[in-house]
Design a protein around this ligand. Sequence first.
Ligand code: M6R
Length: 614
Amino acid sequence: MCGIVGYVGKKSVVGILLDGLEQLEYRGYDSAGVAIKTEDAINVYKAEGKLGNLRDVLTAHLSEVSSSTVGIGHIRWATHGAPSVINAHPHTCNCGNLVIVHNGIIENYKELKIELEAMGCKFRSQTDTESVAHLIAAIYDKEKDLTKAVHIATQKIQGAYALCIMHNDFPKKIVATKRNAPLVIGVGDGEYYIASDVPAFIKHTKNAVYLQDNQVATITNDSFKIEDENGKVIEPKVEVLPWEPVALSKMGYKHFMLKEIHEQPDIIRNILVGKIKTSDSPIVLNEVNLTRETLKNLNRIQIIACGTSLHAALIGKYIIEDFCNIPVDVEASSEYIYRKTVTDENTLVIGVSQSGETADTLTAIKQSKARGSHILIITNRPDSAMAREADSLLSVNAGIEVSVAATKSYMAQLTSFYLLAIYMAEIKGSKSAESLKELKAEMLLLPQKLEQILTQKQQIQACARKYANTRDFIYIARGINYPTALEGALKLKEISYINATGYPAGELKHGPIAMLDETMPVLSILMNGSVYEKLLSNSEEAKARNARMIALTNSNNPKLNDLFDDIIRVPDVVELLSPLIAIVPLQLIAYYIAEFLGKDVDQPRNLAKSVTVE
Ligand code: M6R
């Protein structure tokens, strides 16, 4: 997964490409490059490492390209070939006249390479992409029509791709195409932007055309034409994007992650507006396109997701089973797609994804759709590929999440699951009206409670620093907060690189307890409710092995002062809603530890925000 950008217009292209790539850094950041059309050539500049390195390269060569107005760029997350200058995009054909940038994976690149080498092409990189550069160039040499060459080449390539292509024969032209990878064209006044995602050009234009699979766009400074896979010209559908450029600024926070953690109270408020009018009135969820009859007759729900979205799904399972009496299975998409799964038209399949792009989840959803299941998608990107597969679309409206570590999107996914579960319970009559009313009233209070936690962030920071030098960390919880433990541990691992694991507390004594000694911190998510006493006992067992004990709790039990070395207190909340409260201090602990250790919080090593490869 990578980010691609392109520009054809009248402005100097260098800054536009670099700024666009900066907005796409969430997609990858191990190397970057641009190809810029100059008077008589296409110049390629690349650098290994973060985008700043490419900026330095371009600063040194600015005089060569400052007046250029056409170019393409790429930011990489390596799949084939290590992060290096040679493997960085753009890739060129042997004569250097044709350049391409690519996001995705070319599955038959080895076969193509053998064919192309036999024709005399010399490969320089270890990437799958380079084969496409040689292939299109070879076809172009015969056809002398770049758009046609791209059409023919894409019939030969297998896999997922978004491609931007330039040729030295055309001083102001970019050809773009895609299959199972995102690509959007920004339409300006006498200028066009091309990108993997909207943030790359939102500050220049809000008018955009989402390219569909197998379409080929030919873009010049004063026109653009889109053809379907058969070469038939089609009318582009220009949409006005709902995004605001301000959403992409850090707004004074040191990192996007910290800003996004602070946005969570408002995100819950925004989601609830119009959906819970009062605690007495039923939930309004017009997005769910299932008839009341079908909802009542559902016999099974499957939820498919990855990473943080998977943890939201696990909490979704807990509440849907509790509220609606429907069996729910949750599975990592990457497992789901490679086994025989049992779904039919009476199964509701829910896909959860912040980006709506995650390849494994997208494939799983397509498989279930083909088997006739109703597909409900919970996503932060209503403009995504996954959203387009939805029969029902719950858009979580968290705003663009920039930090690779998901925080506010998790909160928004959880809130959406609560709304969905209450909505279904109201239709099925599976939970008493009184208990649902209490729950809705409590939900309306959540934003203030989250704000209260955020006012205590200094204490959480102080606690986090005490544990910053540990090598391992254990999170324990039971019941509805077991997924909270998993998510807290994932947050810490991904941004601080500390080995953190979440366990159901009852499992501790079945093996993991062997690891406990005075060096091991154990954080117990000890929320009032049905499993409180059990978790207290498990915490005592850990203390008896000399572990360093931390409580995250809404309990005022004085006994905790003896048991725990550190206590993080959160506002009281009913057990069923406690995951929405408990996650915030865990996000902050992970953030402050990583920040204290000087880690790259928003762009942790080896990761990318959208995982568009299986
Ligand atoms: O966009 P998605 O929600 O489908 O992404 C799934 C995971 O890749 C994602 O949650 C990942 O685990 C995050 N880095 C977690 O912070």
